[in-house]
Design a protein around this ligand. Sequence first.
Ligand code: MLC
Ligand code: AMP
Length: 505
Amino acid sequence: MGNPLYDRLFGIHAGKDTPFLHLPDGQTLTHAGFLDMAARIANALTGLELEPGDRVAVQVEKSAEALALYAACAQAGLIFLPLNTGYTARELSYFIENSGASLVVCDAASETALTAIAQNNRARLETLNADGSGSLMRRALGMLPAFEPANRSEDDLAAFLYTSGTTGRSKGAMLTQANLLSNAETLVQEWRFTDRDVLLHALPIFHTHGLFVATNVILASGGSMIFLPKFDLDDMLRLMPQATTMMGVPTFYTRLLGDNRFIRELSQDMRLFISGSAPLLADTHSEFEARTGHRILERYGMTETNMNTSNPYDGERRAGTVGFPLPDVELKVTDPETGATLPDGEIGIIEVRGPNVFQGYWKMPEKTAAELREDGFFITGDLGRIDEDGYVHIVGRGKDLIISGGYNIYPKEIELLLDEQPGVLESAVIGVPHPDFGETPVGILVPAPGQAPDLDAIMRTVLGSLARFKHPRQLILLDELPRNTMGKVQKNTLRETYKELFATA
Ligand code: MLC
Ligand code: AMP
């Protein structure tokens, strides 16, 4: 029967001594070397009695071994569940319980905090550190570098990616092998990736962008990656001349442009810069072109769908738009009230259908039914329109979402925590413009009658409860929240009032 995901992304490179990962220590790992590592880990995983379909929850730093763990899960038919390294133990506890993970892999630094959580959920726990050390690789190194891939079909689940939601509870988006493969193979064609490409990879590998867009595209094309642990401006400037392509969130581009050392010559051998995960300002697009001569190719995607649209490789890459639907992806703009398709030019909710669209949220049939129509269209919650030339524009969000440096933050999750704090009657969290992160959350608190909430103490509680990137960058006291006649909080009014808060930050 085979295992399409393993065969088409990984197995095709068996025996190849061509570079796959250029690592920060100057070493290069070949495709064959990477597959050996993955096979050893797959043997270690089955040695832990994991079986196809089991979930492996992974919160580790970016490393060759961490990526090999993804390959090993594909090979052993396990469902890979990567988690943001910023999540606190409180947040992780939910993911482990909700997913029913059989194995948790974490950094040794989190072992103490996570052991009890794993035990409570009858999950095993192994460690994997940024330098590749830890109990998982100790097991793997004693194993054979060969593993017969588990029989899987394209319809089998390959990964769960948790994405937060409007109610404050995260949802596990179930992605099949076909979801991942179809998108990777389409993007290789659309963006003309070949085995000569060297991708400057500074994104985290626990999200769609760094894992499924960047890594899968390189795997499917046979190219290599300069695999950096994180975005570091000095590293980017030093290594760009060795790369042919880069994928980044808009913050990557604004940070590069903010440095005078980023001169045209550094990118003269680059063939493509791609941006996504958050809106790229048209100004950034034109400033980048003026500095480098390159027009950034902007595309649009989501955890639930991988990539949906892209600006063209050859045609006009239009600033402020996300281009055209990818081949096989149907995209329509609908009336938020009735669901009826709107004529081109009108603003509505973007809906998408195609082989890239996920199978629903794990164990959440109601949420799945609310967002995924029976006819297969997924209601993205993004507001958009299609212009007269067919370019898709994202003009806002129908969902109450903040995107900070490419990370999604749902205000509800923060509001629920703020509402519980002593002296707080209610709260509203809004996104305000931020020069580095694009947007950043701000918490507006209304004191309970006669109370004076201690903002420092509240901030300390937030620090211990939520991942760093979700922390409101400021808390503000207000006598009451602006409401419309229906009693609904008018976040637009608050956003307008506080829009300059970080104008010069
Ligand atoms: C880090 N911090 C952030 C943050 N990233 N805070 C808010 N938003 C973020 N995105 C915290 C740090 O922990 C640090 O805390 C402080 O903010 C400043 O850190 P920094 O050193 O300036 O940040 P840095 O580590 O350089 O990270 C910024 C970044 C990174 C933009 C490079 O966040 C990043 O790589 N983002 C990419 C996210 C991504 O891959 N998104 C794709 C999702 S998939 P302290 O304690 O020091 O103050 C998706 C679908 C699609 O959306 O279409 O692609
Ligand atoms: P996530 O749930 O992390 O996958 O984030 C997906 C969301 O990111 C989308 O629903 C959009 O709101 C946003 N997004 C992704 N790419 C773009 C883009 N190019 N322009 C504007 N928003 C984007």
